[in-house]
Design a protein around this ligand. Sequence first.
Ligand code: FAD
Ligand code: NAP
Ligand code: SF4
Length: 672
Amino acid sequence: MTEYPHLFQPLDLGHVTLPNRVLMGSMHTGLEELGDFDRVAAFYAARAKGGAALIVTGGMAPNREGGVLPGAAGLFTDKDIENHRKTTKAVHEAGGRIAMQILHAGRYAYSPECVAPSPVKSPISPFPPAELDEEGIEKQIADIAEAAAKAREAGYDGVEVMGSEGYFLNQFLVTHTNKRTDRWGGSYENRMRLPIEVVKRVREKVGEDFIVIYRLSMIDLVPNGSTWDEVVTLAKEIEKAGASILNTGIGWHEARIPTIATSVPRRAFTWVTKKLMGEVSIPVITSNRINMPEVAESVLSEGCADMVSMARPFLADPDFVAKAKMGKSNTIAPCIACNQACLDHTFEMKVATCLVNPQAAHETELVYTPTETPKTVAIVGAGPAGLSTALVAAERGHSVTLYDAASDIGGQLNMAKQIPGKEEFFGLVDWYRTMLQEHKVDVRLNTHATPETLAEADEVIIATGVTPRDPQIPVEGNPQVVSYTDILQGRVEAGDRVAIVGAGGIGFDVAEFLAQDKPSPTMDLQEWKEEWGVDDPDVSRGGLAEGGPKPEPSPREITLLQRKSERPGKRLGKTTGWIHRASLMMKGVKMVGGVTYDLVDDQGLHVTGSDGALIIECDTVVLCAGQEPRRDLADELEATGRKVHVIGGADVAAELDAKRAINQGARLAAEL
Ligand code: FAD
Ligand code: NAP
Ligand code: SF4
């Protein structure tokens, strides 16, 4: 008997029955553009082997003008079809099924060739789109239908037509982007003509025994978005046009409301999909921030959908479904929704991977082979670098002892998890704890390692992390000047007026921590919806609440400072930096750049900015001025001629994050 009876119920689609209710949602990995199709096949086959009932590929362009970028991947030539056959074959051999997503970006295409219903430039692309004429529209429909036919030829089990997130088909639906006066614009009947025509023509091309998923925007989260009536009308028409399944899209890419970041509550939007249940007779899939089997099970058991889509969780752990089925959910590597190695990489034009699982999309290159020469491995530091090394080394058959001076594993992750909106880090530390047990790592906590402790080990790994940098600002009188560690480890309570020195990731996080004295909105969906101004699309068009966001005011007056004159927060994550900035600005946190720090005294922090000298009157100054490597142990060992491996913050502290620490640890352990 499974713990998750709804999750493991088969789903009958007529010509085919899916073994469970889990869809692996579409993600762009960038592998196709590399042209290494063995690697693409290995990536998808691992997820099929891990039990996903149906996989959807990253978006494939139906034509040049519809690609997200010039040169975007698609099925254009016979060679492309042959390449994609490698993937479909590998997935089928692994016992899975796979559908190809057809993504026409419309005005979101980062290309001067982009096309759209009307020449309305998007706020997230520099290129104004060309307005399509009747012939141009017919070409787009034909190209999308042809892409579906080629997908079938390449061995796919279906296609997903991307109709949400503000892409091409979505752009026809709302008056903000569709200003046409012909049969493709004006009334809603006209505006929805294109998506319906596309689904009809796709169905005609592929025949009845082929899965056609339509991804429909259920809540646009942009001004003048669709009403709920329009969403339901479209859903019914798309069913009539021949779709087999409706998938949920949440928010346009230009929306100023976070939809998948870690600060978004788990399953934050399943209530929207639930509203569609009963309106159509084909299966409905829900999505966004579903990252654990128990979350998926509750979504299904509450009747919010027939199936759940999870995307990033399959980067973190390809065996998600198999582990849930075996009753070993606590061994599933959790997706913490950080976007750091997946979506941020995509926006930086790098191949996507996963912070938690560096093997993701690197399956053929980072391989953990069992060792033929087991060694004793001593690792000092149970932060992410040391933890990652320990798990991979133990998995490969080495005998691993992990030391940490602290009373718990996790290193700095234990500070990260205190930040409102970063609660997923609790699960990550718990997962490491479970996996250390599973791999029988000998964990020695409350143990300050010295050269003597490590004398007998064959391999010594130093992952001792960092020490906070003291920026050496002169202090006079008796002001409260503390480090971020004092605040986040609970040793010091900040006063009512706070100046934060340093506006990097930690400065922003400390501001978030000090600006919130009530429970985190991430843990309370209603609070979160009010904070960001999300409403029922039945009440407010597009789901944007009248009156906008209503955040809880900060209990403190906070000023966040940096020396650089650039916009504070500019270097935060590509896809999440704007959320941190918006969240703090909504709470009235002041951000000041281009200063030099002169003095702290009982009046506050004295700085010189572009307008001259300034006093930030405050009760507490919190130093978040970066870190230095903690190398004392490594230096001591190396001085005696001992060869050691130094990783994580102990190696290089600048621009260190958990992604680099985990990746470096895993790659070292793969070679030991
Ligand atoms: P650490 O995590 O510092 O671990 C080092 C460990 O070594 C510690 O547990 C320490 O007790 C132990 N140690 C040191 N000396 C000895 C000794 N002699 N004997 C035994 N034990 C010893 N990164 C991200 O990627 N994403 C985020 O969202 C993010 N948010 C953050 C938020 C905050 C508030 C903070 C503080 C950090 C955040 N980071 C984030 C950064 C991330 O936590 C660090 O980059 C990462 O923890 C560094 O890993 P590490 O293993 O090198 O060192
Ligand atoms: P950081 O991002 O390097 O920022 C350090 C800040 O201190 C900068 O604002 C810097 O700006 C300032 N600074 C540096 N030297 C200084 C000095 N001598 N005097 C005064 N100010 C100084 O480092 P961090 O904020 O400590 O974060 C550490 C790492 O954790 C980062 O690499 C980050 O990636 C990671 N992290 C990530 C997240 C995330 O959400 N992904 C969150 C938290 C932390 P100026 O030089 O302009 O003053
Ligand atoms: Fe999830 Fe972060 Fe991994 Fe992306 S990088 S899959 S968000 S844990």
